[in-house]
Write a protein that binds this ligand. Sequence first.
Ligand code: SF4
Length: 370
Amino acid sequence: MRAGLYLHFPFCRAKCPYCHFASVPYAPPLHDEWRRGLEEEAALRAAPSLAPDTLYIGGGTPSLLGPDEVRDLLGLFGARFGLEAVEVTLEAGPEAADADRLEGWREAGVTRLSAGVQAFDDGALATLGRRYTSAEAVSFCLACRDAGFEAVGLDLMVGVPGETRGSVERTLERALRLEPDHVSLYILENVEGLPFAKVMNDRPVDEDEVVENHGRMADGLEAAGLARYEISNFSRPGKECRHNLKYWRYEPFLGLGPSACSRLGPRRWCNKSAIGAWAEALRRGQDPVEESRELDAGTAGREALIFGLRLVEGVDLRALEKRFGWDIGGRYAAEIDELVGAGLLLRDGLRLRVPAERMLVSNQVFARFA
Ligand code: SF4
């Protein structure tokens, strides 16, 4: 079971009003501070025998990183962690990606580009405060395809205030014309405290319509050969995100950078979110951890069950029991029977999975195992 490596790049051109990720507007001195901190964190956590086989550079908007820096980072991770990546993903935003850089990233070792376009509809993009048009997003995605990456993925969103069946179908049709290898399809969350909450509260979306639009989009993706493999993720055969599969299969991962989380052996921890606090701890030679927890076999087995049920393939109870050393099926026999009876879970021998049509309400399933 090989580990995955995650790198958090915490900068964007500007902060989107609906964003709850750990990111701040880009500034060169902050970028320098992040880079210094990263060198220090890599030295602090150095483990050349870890040998991760995937690297995911997320954010933030990591497409603000030039190809030379991406190459340097791969070298750093090779030296500190024995990185032997078969998959290197870079998240890229159309507003912060210079098409000339695409080839440079590929040559530096990026194999997979995840384009955070959100929509191919000018109304939805304007509502979200994105700084590009649908036509610019299409041009960017075409350039990504032409650059010859092993896989190009799109991030799309439904549930945007003002969305209509027509606008969703427009986004779907334009997305499919680009023939992506992978699509992540999310529902916009209303997070109180963010500037966008006012927009969501002033122009509330009809939840039933959002579910219908999500279903419409999911059906269109599947009909075009992008099979759903996780609640929010669709891919062509063999183009699933190997790095993200590690999270859902409860495999080990190390995260570097502010707010990044890790789970290695029996311990899970998350770094401080603020760049300044994370970098300051490292400068003082301290571990920049904000929270840390030892996971006993009971907790780990339960979490692995819940994460695994996010996948269309579901979980093999016998394999989980062998791995964590306790009778998971016996402990949850009543809950499983009840969920199967309610049509929220399918049981095939010792394999459990959530039916495709109930995936959007799978929180009801997870809650029974919490
Ligand atoms: S580009 Fe993405 S990470 Fe950056 S502020 Fe917007 S939503 Fe957040």
